[in-house]
Structure formats: C-alpha cells, structure tokens
Design a protein around this ligand. Structure first.
Ligand code: HPA
Length: 280
C-alpha cells in the first residue's frame, strides 16, 4: 500500500515538539540511541531514570497503537547516566495493513539526532532458542511482500540490506552477553504479516528456508532505519516454539507471559551496550 509519509513534513513538527520538551529538562539530553520495546517488555523501563514521558497521541503524526502490552509512549530516559529514547509501543503492519506506519516515528528520531536504533520484539522459535531466551537477529527474511518504502519517490529508496544489522554491534552484544553469563542465540528472523499465527505447514516451510525465529514486526523499522542511515541492533525475546512444534495453542497471552521472563536479560544487555555506544 502506498503512503505519503515520505512526502510530508510532519516529522519535522514532531521533532520540534519533542525538542521543546527536551529543552525544559533540567540537564542537557543528547540521545544518539533509541530503543523500540516489543510486546511484554515494558518492564525494561523500570531500570531507567525517566526524565519525560510523551504520549504518542500528543506527538504530531505519531501512530496510536492498539495492541495489549504496548502503551504508546516515548520516554526520554537515562540508564546509568546514558541518554536513551525508549519507544514503548509500535504500530504493526497488521493493524492497518500499512507497512509504512512507523515511518513518521523513525524519521522523527533521525531529526532529533538518533544514530543507533535498538529494536526488540517477541518471536516464535523455529529451532534452537527456547521460550524465555533471547536471540540476536543477524539477518531477516521478509515473507510479506511489503515495504515501508513504498511511495518513496527517489533513488534513495534502493537501500542496501546486505548489512541490515551492524556486525560491530553484534560482536559487542555477544561480548556483553558472555561477560554477564547470558546465553544469547543468534539467528535469522522471518517477518510474517499476521495477525493470525502461522500454520504448522508455514512454520516447516520457513524453517527450511533458513529462518530461526518468526514474528510480526521489526523488519519495517529496520528498513526505515537503514533508509535513514542509522545503525541497527535487534533482539528477539523467544516466547514460544513455532506452531506445530509443541502441543500448545499459541496466544498473545503466552507472549505476554514469557516476554517479561527475558526482560531482565534484555536490561543487562542494553546497559552494557549503552556503555559501549557512548564510549565509541
Ligand atoms: N509467530 C509470530 N509472531 C510471534 C510468535 C509466533 O510464533 N510469537 C510471538 N510473536
């Protein structure tokens, strides 16, 4: 579906609005890192010192989300003194059939100075990672046929995806995991449109095609971030095995039950990662 996000300047108004709130903070806040929180990971904000919370509905052009477990707020935070913008809630392709729904958000982050985007999500495991574990995404397969760049009208739309997830970042995240005794799997994420879960036949097919985890988000934001020349790191919280791999009925409730179990590990990884990013 084509959209006109890329032609509008709403993200400049959104950036002005966020900057006006930033200017009211008692100390300078120069975040070069933003993080999108996946389903059930809201507790990651608990370790952060929250300087401001801005509801998406108050930010020009920001989409409102309707998925349980996502509140739809942008937080200006400090973690161990390091500035981090946290986006709690993302709009998914399946909400309105619009892969570009996050385009205004990512464009706004770029204008306010973000250079690194950390993306988290909940995902189903196709093989090695057990529910409750964390998988770092090393590459993706887009099974939807959709792109958030539909409607971009310049040659910039031909974004290289050969290094979607930064290899230096992956190296450092593995080091941080090892240092903290966290088992960090690494694999390929398959983006499925949803909102229905996959069939067992679909799971068998995408396993054979090289995917290690499956979910309904992350790829559009990755493409948008690469379009804006941001570097990307992405972590999947494994909440279940893919359909047909075990004898349980998949549900969003299961996602919300398992995601918090991995939230503590994500917190540790993010703290260490920010240490690295701000010492670069
Ligand atoms: N499939 C798709 N999306 C998901 C899953 C899954 O099994 N688990 C959490 N998000």
């Amino acid at each position: 579906m084509a959209n006109n996000y890329h032609e509008s300047n709403t993200h400049l108004r959104a950036a002005d609005f966020i900057n006006s709130i930033r200017a009211m903070l008692s100390k300078p806040f120069n975040a070069k890192v933003a993080m999108i929180l996946g389903s059930g990971l809201g507790s990651v904000t608990e370790k952060a010192e929250i300087l401001a919370e801005i509801a998406y509905k108050d930010i020009p052009g920001f989409p409102e989300t309707g998925v349980t477990g996502h509140s739809g707020s942008l937080f200006l935070t400090l973690i161990n003194g390091h500035p981090l913008i946290i986006l709690n809630g993302r709009i998914h392709f399946y909400e309105q059939g619009d892969a570009g729904a996050m385009a205004p958000v990512i464009a706004t982050l770029k204008v306010i100075g973000v250079e690194t985007l950390i993306i988290t999500n909940a995902a189903g495991s196709l093989l090695n990672a057990a529910p409750g574990s964390v998988m770092m995404i090393k590459d993706y397969i887009n099974f939807t046929g959709q792109s958030p760049l539909f409607g971009v009208n310049s040659n910039n739309r031909f974004v290289s995806m050969s290094k979607a997830y930064d290899s230096q970042y992956r190296y450092h995240l593995r080091q941080i995991a090892e240092k903290n005794d966290i088992h960090l799997a690494q694999g390929v994420y398959a983006w499925m449109a949803g909102p229905q879960f996959e069939t067992p036949a679909e799971i068998r097919a995408i396993r054979m095609m090289g995917a290690d985890a499956v979910g309904m988000s992350t790829v559009p934001e990755t493409i948008l971030a690469r379009y804006h020349n941001m570097k990307v790191a992405a972590l999947s919280i494994i909440t279940n095995y893919g359909a047909g791999m075990e004898d349980v009925r998949l549900s969003h409730e299961q996602t919300l039950e398992y995601a918090p179990k991995a939230a503590a590990k994500v917190q540790v990884l993010i703290s260490g990662f920010l240490e690295y990013l701000y010492s670069e």
